[in-house]
Design a binder for this molecule. Structure first.
Ligand SMILES: [Zn+2]
Length: 422
């Protein structure tokens, strides 16, 4: 099993910038959170993750990773066969990175993860300075690992400095009076258990504050200028009271409750927001610039950065049908319920979490496709939602696809990709 390696301009540790980056198997998002997000069977232990990685600008690099301890029959059921040697070889653990940190720095994160883990799993109190450094380290590591989040270079470099200066043994952190920057962060935590497929690792890549990430059962919003924030701030339509924003100076660690509907809404908004940012060429260049910034420790000016971006091809405004994959799943479940003679309402299905808003958006997108003469055959409920009898029942499409799948595996997979463009 292999880990991810990010090509760097130098071989020094990303945190201390002195020692050689010789550590392997580093988690950018701590294992205690990814285990919760990706566990195949709800057991939060090591190497039980199934991780699907999607890269919008480079779909050829999409991948699925199976942890070492995922049950073999589960892997076989997913793949339709036992893992071949080639698949084993390509089974890159997209949660683990090699050669980013030195061995000493890797241990420095451990202090934060132990403290946070004690709080997260058993409800032990969490010192605000430890919590602050913990979440700064998660944002920072997601940014340097290109895990969805892409921070402004100034923030990324600044946080590196804060972490490098302050990551010491536990007592030294909690007893310190050192200033640690003006960051503030709000934590939303799901008020119930997660189901497989609810969560993952997501981040905004618009490179400006506030940054928003979703990891496991938590959504965290990071602000770079806490002292300048107003009494109330609105992020993705959610009003956040300044009193509920954490800093290292506050007396307690504050957590806000979030419903499963809100978690899905955050996820949707984070994913939607990334469609407006970089095109493939722009993203590649942004990464090259960022690697130079990391090596020199100096940020390129915003003006220069955007001047370069403007020379490159922006993201194509491709038309897409939002949540198409989940409407297809809803349709399949409806057919199954009907076969059993049961009632089924997909708007009440906890596994799908579709809302009336999703239905409205879906109809809007289908109408856009229709207006441009694009076939609606591959879309579930198109016939029903658009009251258009010229579209064949989706049941027939499914049956045809199934036959096709059996005869020609490869092409059927491509059809699948078009359907699941969300
Ligand atoms: Zn180091």
């Amino acid at each position: 099993m292999k880990n991810l390696v990010i090509p760097r301009n130098d071989d020094r540790c990303a945190l201390c910038r002195i020692a050689k980056a010789n550590e392997t198997g580093s988690h950018m998002v701590p294992n205690l959170l990814t285990a919760v997000a990706f566990s195949f069977d709800g057991k939060y232990k090591r190497d039980r993750e199934i991780v699907e990685k999607y890269h919008k600008n480079a779909p050829d690099s999409n991948s699925v990773h199976y942890g070492r301890n995922v049950a073999a029959d589960k892997v076989t059921a997913d793949l339709g066969h036992e893992m071949t040697d080639e698949e084993l070889d390509n089974n890159i653990n997209t949660l683990c990175y090699d050669y980013i940190f030195c061995k000493d720095c890797e241990k420095r994160f451990g202090v934060l993860e132990t403290a946070f883990g004690d709080y997260y799993k058993t409800g032990k109190s969490l010192h605000p300075r430890l919590a602050y450094l913990f979440w700064l380290s998660v944002f920072w590591r997601m940014s340097i690992g290109y895990m969805g989040l892409f921070m402004d270079a100034r923030d990324e470099l600044d946080i590196r400095g804060i972490l490098d200066k302050n990551l010491k043994i536990r007592e030294e952190i909690t007893g310190s009076t050192e200033k640690m920057g003006d960051y503030g962060y709000a934590v939303f935590r799901l008020d119930g258990p997660l189901l497989k497929g609810d969560s993952g690792v997501f981040g905004t890549n618009w490179s400006r504050s506030p940054y928003v990430i979703l990891v496991a059962d938590q959504v965290v919003v990071l602000f770079t200028n806490y002292s300048k924030l107003h009494k109330k701030t609105i992020v993705f339509g959610y009003e956040i009271d300044k009193d509920n924003i954490n800093t290292y100076r506050k007396d307690d660690y504050i957590e806000l409750e979030m419903s499963i509907e809100e978690l899905y809404d955050f996820k949707k908004q984070i994913v939607e927001s990334t469609y407006d940012v970089f095109g493939r060429e722009q993203e590649e260049m942004a990464r090259r610039i960022r690697e130079m910034e990391r090596t020199s420790g100096k940020a390129c000016s915003k003006k220069d950065f955007y001047a370069i971006m403007q020379l490159l091809k922006p993201r194509e405004k491709k038309m897409r049908v939002r949540q198409a994959y989940r409407f297809r799943a809803a349709y399949v479940k409806m057919l199954e319920a009907r076969a059993r003679g049961e009632e089924y309402d997909f708007l009440k299905d906890r596994e799908l979490m579709l809302t009336q808003d999703d239905v409205n958006n879906y109809i809007e997108d289908l109408n856009n496709f229709k207006a441009r003469g694009i076939s609606l055959v591959p879309f579930a409920f198109a016939r029903e939602f658009l009251h258009d009898d010229s579209i064949p029942p989706f049941e027939d499409t499914l049956a045809a696809a199934k036959k096709h799948f059996e005869s020609e595996h490869e092409n059927a997979m491509n059809l699948e990709e078009i359907w699941s463009d969300d």
